[in-house]
Design a binder for this molecule. Sequence first.
Ligand code: HEC
Ligand code: HEC
Length: 207
Amino acid sequence: MSRLRTLAAATAAFLSVLVGVHAVAQPPAAPRLATTLKPVAAFSRIADRRARSLALFAEVGKVVQHPRCLNCHPATERPTQTEAMHPHMPMVVRGDGGMGAPGLRCIACHHDRNVDSAGVPGNPKWSLAPVEMAWQGRTLGQICQQLKDPARNGGKTMPQMIDHMAHDELVGWGWHPGGKRVPAPGTQAQFGALFKAWADSGAYCPA
Ligand code: HEC
Ligand code: HEC
């Protein structure tokens, strides 16, 4: 009897190891991506200025922390790809000015527009964001501080940052990524308006 029990326990342990291994082997669950943005007007009822600013930045974060943006703002030398943000295949690196290493420049594959037949996204300004603009692996609060810091945002003033978010064509690619890629939520114009409203309400950053 006790022999049987031992066997049963051993079998259960063996099975749980199998199940455990199986669970680890699963790809990480795809993050639930926002598809819409609330309009600025939806925040006007928040009377407290700081609370309103923080709520606006949380909305801004739905774009900034979207894989379409994060893939090009990595913390390592290598971009990432797809909604799952896996390492770029083939292996490419930032290189001089984010253009890739000599011999394997980004523009060898990425052209000035999306080429869906080849499955390659494109834009005239396609290159990797400099490492001081890395967003991957950072909290929304850390990214927020970074966006306000001219030493880490390309020397931009707040009005220049607002303009970049609302009008830069490489940022704009995020809403027209081509293929089956999930676009950033809302529209670039809505995003720019949210970012401006955040700046106008004191540009508070989450902890
Ligand atoms: C193909 C790569 C690529 C994609 C995609 C991309 N960026 Fe960037 N980003 C860059 C590069 C390169 C720079 C630096 C040059 C410049 O300022 O234009 C940059 C700079 C920035 C800056 C200014 C510096 C800073 O980090 O504060 C902001 C803001 C920014 N990107 C926002 C975005 C947002 C929002 C998205 C997604 C909607 C996005 N980017 C998608 C490559 C990319
Ligand atoms: C040898 C060809 C090749 C080179 C060189 C190359 N890429 Fe790519 N890249 C691709 C292909 C193909 C895809 C599409 C993969 C997919 O979506 O599954 C891609 C996708 C991407 C994506 C993902 C876009 C998204 O949000 O899903 C980013 C970011 C990117 N490349 C950045 C770069 C940067 C920056 C460089 C230069 C440093 C570069 N690539 C060089 C072929 C290349």
